[in-house]
Design a protein around this ligand. Structure first.
Ligand code: FCB
Length: 490
């Protein structure tokens, strides 16, 4: 009896030690494989920067957020609807309305860009204005974008056009939107129509903005229309958006002159790190989430295989070899990283935790420029140039924007010095604008915008960004040119 107890005790001790080693070993392996960087900013000279002369320096906006007057998009219905509790969908019951009236005021805004020395502008064309009814294209809307491009080119500013940025026409949403694979062709047709119409004016296209954010917000957290909460649909919509990119890319390339266009996708890289770096569940959960949000997309373009997996919830597998050669550049949006703490309650688990003493923006994002450097290195595995299509801060007081810009440009410059191929940087955003579910409460603009008079007022962040741009952009130092800017993004 005593001997048997002894054996049992020894087996338990052995098992305990074995599990302990396994836990500790795995945690150490994760820490080594996925290091979290933290730099000592007090010893860094953020003026020590390097950027190539061909670099694109710009700001970014999207049509729905700045143009105003859009009643044909699914967002128009969404912001006028109530949720199940009868509350408005948008913070403070805001509606987009006239936004920044960019539709009419773009000449003034192009002058603002010019005054900062910028040589590029990323904006989106609004599908719901261009094709308000299925198959019916609005000539006025197309003319508007042609004129916007002409104005930019005249000012020596390269137009970088996004074909899909969050919004869809109501007719498209009503036929099932991105939930249905057969609807992808509607988008491809629209894209081809606009690429033809803009012709020589536009050389650089972003197909889809942030497919994973669209899929997650619209189909997992339900904060964007159609407000569903279904992880299976999230995966499906993400997959369909990626297929749409691949088909659009190849359709553009097949057009006359299409080979000369630079076509890429835009992906928000929000790195996911464990809250407690000694906790195995935190590591496993953060790696899984990171893979779903970032890895799935990166791997799809690297290998042609799409695998979206959340154990016990969803597994979606798909293969498309045409994905492998469907990027001329990778559009990187970077804002922050998330720290996840495992919990059996998914609502809690997916709520990022924020350490004390973290410098926060007005969104629930911490300022983490080291993550920007990590993100560039991460997407570099795709072997195509990286274009930073968005990076910016919501900062109503404008007391962190200068630090944010300086530190993020330092992180980017460090990556460039180490040999990473980065061809442009677009600050989000030129102006305060309609920040989706957050309405007008979040101030991302280099220029403040008075919601009543629509007057634009320069912030300190704009001054700082302009100074840095002028240091590196030789074109900015010259008087406005009349032709297109030759910027090397290959
Ligand atoms: C990005 C979106 C952009 C804007 C910024 C703050 O994820 O692409 O439209 O909302 O966030």
């Amino acid at each position: 009896m005593f001997l048997r107890m002894n054996k049992l005790f020894r087996s338990l001790v052995f098992l305990f030690l074995f599990l302990g080693f396994l836990w500790f070993g795995s945690v150490l392996w994760f820490q080594w494989r996925y290091p979290q960087l933290h730099w000592d900013w007090s010893s860094i000279d953020t003026d020590d920067l390097t950027f190539p002369p061909s670099f694109l320096w710009g700001t970014a906006t999207s049509a729905y957020q700045v143009e105003g007057g859009d009643t044909n998009s699914q967002w128009y219905l969404w912001e006028h609807a109530k949720d199940r509790q009868g509350n408005p969908r948008i913070l403070h019951g805001d509606t987009c309305g006239w936004a920044c009236d960019e539709w009419n005021r773009y000449p003034e805004d192009v002058r603002l860009m010019k005054s900062l020395g910028l040589n590029a502008y990323r904006f989106s064309v609004e599908w719901s204005k261009i094709e308000p009814r299925e198959g019916v294209f609005d000539r006025e809307a197309i003319l508007h974008y042609q004129q916007l491009c002409d104005t930019l080119l005249k000012a020596g500013i390269e137009p970088v056009v996004t074909l899909h940025h969050v919004t869809d026409p109501i007719w498209f949403a009503e036929k099932g939107g991105w939930e249905k694979e057969e609807n992808i062709q509607d988008f491809v047709k629209f894209a081809i129509h606009i690429v033809r119409a803009l012709g020589e004016r536009v050389r650089i296209y972003c197909t889809i903005n942030e497919p994973a954010v669209y899929a997650m917000e619209s189909y997992f957290s339900g904060t964007f229309p159609p407000g569903k909460e279904d992880l299976r649909l999230t995966a499906l919509v993400l997959r369909n958006l990626l297929i749409a990119h691949v088909q659009t890319y190849h359709a553009i390339k097949a057009l006359p002159g299409g080979k000369e266009k630079y076509v890429g996708i835009v992906k928000n890289i929000t790195l996911v790190d464990p809250w407690n770096k000694w906790s195995l569940p935190d590591w496993l959960f953060s790696r899984l989430s990171d893979q779903a949000f970032n890895g799935t997309t990166i791997d799809f373009f690297r290998t042609g295989r799409f695998r979206f997996w959340m154990p016990g919830m969803v597994f979606l597998n798909y293969e498309d070899t045409a994905a492998v050669h469907s990027l001329d550049f990778f559009g990187l949006n970077y804002y922050s990283h998330y720290l996840y703490h495992f919990s059996f309650d998914p609502k809690k688990a997916f709520k990022p935790k924020i350490p004390e003493n973290e410098i926060m923006t007005d969104m629930e994002y911490s300022v983490y420029p080291e993550g920007f450097y990590r993100a560039v290195r991460r997407v570099a595995v795709l072997g195509v140039p990286v274009m930073v299509t968005e990076n910016g801060i919501a900062d109503a007081r404008d007391d962190r924007r200068e630090m944010f810009i300086r530190r993020h440009l330092f992180a980017l410059s460090k990556a460039i010095r180490e040999g990473y191929d980065v061809c442009g940087y677009f600050y989000w955003s030129l102006l305060d604008n309609f920040e989706w579910a957050e309405g007008y409460s979040k101030k991302f603009g280099l220029y403040a915008m008075d919601p009543v008079t629509l007057e634009r007022t320069m912030r300190n962040g704009a001054r700082v960004y302009g100074e840095i741009v002028r240091r590196f952009n030789p074109i900015a130092a010259r008087p406005p040119s009349t032709g297109r800017v030759i910027v090397d993004c290959e």
